[in-house]
Ligand binder design. Structure first.
Ligand code: HEC
Length: 127
């Protein structure tokens, strides 16, 4: 009888604590408040980010000298890095993949990451 009571109290306490946990979008994704990820198309939204952050090393002309031969300008090459998981892993600084942009310790803007992730989630189309 006593044990049953204790178990019930523990159970209620657990439920009580759980209900205190809720996702605050702004805290989980600090920049998503003002981040517009609609129409995350390659040419309109993603390429400009890559141009700003990545093409000084990963363009067709710079890849050999600065980007380890990885040219992210062509769709085929970019899609390959999407498919092997490295594009998102690199910008999210997931261990096992070189954190990008190379030489910078902080990640690129969270909203820019969200836009690239949205494009990938939508199938990483050549749009
Ligand atoms: C300053 C030059 C430079 C910039 C800027 C840069 N990269 Fe890189 N990137 C490299 C080099 C060099 C490598 C080869 C791996 C290494 O040396 O860490 C690489 C490797 C990679 C890889 C393969 C990682 C792996 O572990 O196999 C990906 C994917 C990548 N970069 C994506 C990007 C993206 C996306 C950006 C922009 C957000 C970017 N890089 C910006 C130089 C750069």
């Amino acid at each position: 009888m006593k044990i049953t009571k204790i178990l019930i109290i523990l159970f209620l306490a657990l439920i009580g604590f759980q209900s205190c946990y809720y996702d605050v979008e702004e805290r989980l994704y600090p920049n998503s408040g003002g981040c517009d990820t609609t129409n995350a198309a390659l040419s309109a939204k993603v390429k400009p980010k890559l141009t700003g952050y990545c093409y000084n090393c990963h363009s067709a002309s710079n890849a050999a000298s600065a980007g380890a031969g990885i040219n992210l300008e062509t769709y085929t090459n970019l899609k390959a890095q999407v498919d092997n998981g490295k594009l998102l892993n690199s910008i999210n600084h997931v261990s096992g993949t070189s954190p990008m942009p190379k030489g910078v310790t902080s990640k690129i803007d969270a909203c820019d990451i969200a836009i690239i992730e949205k494009w990938v989630a939508n199938g990483a189309k050549d749009n």
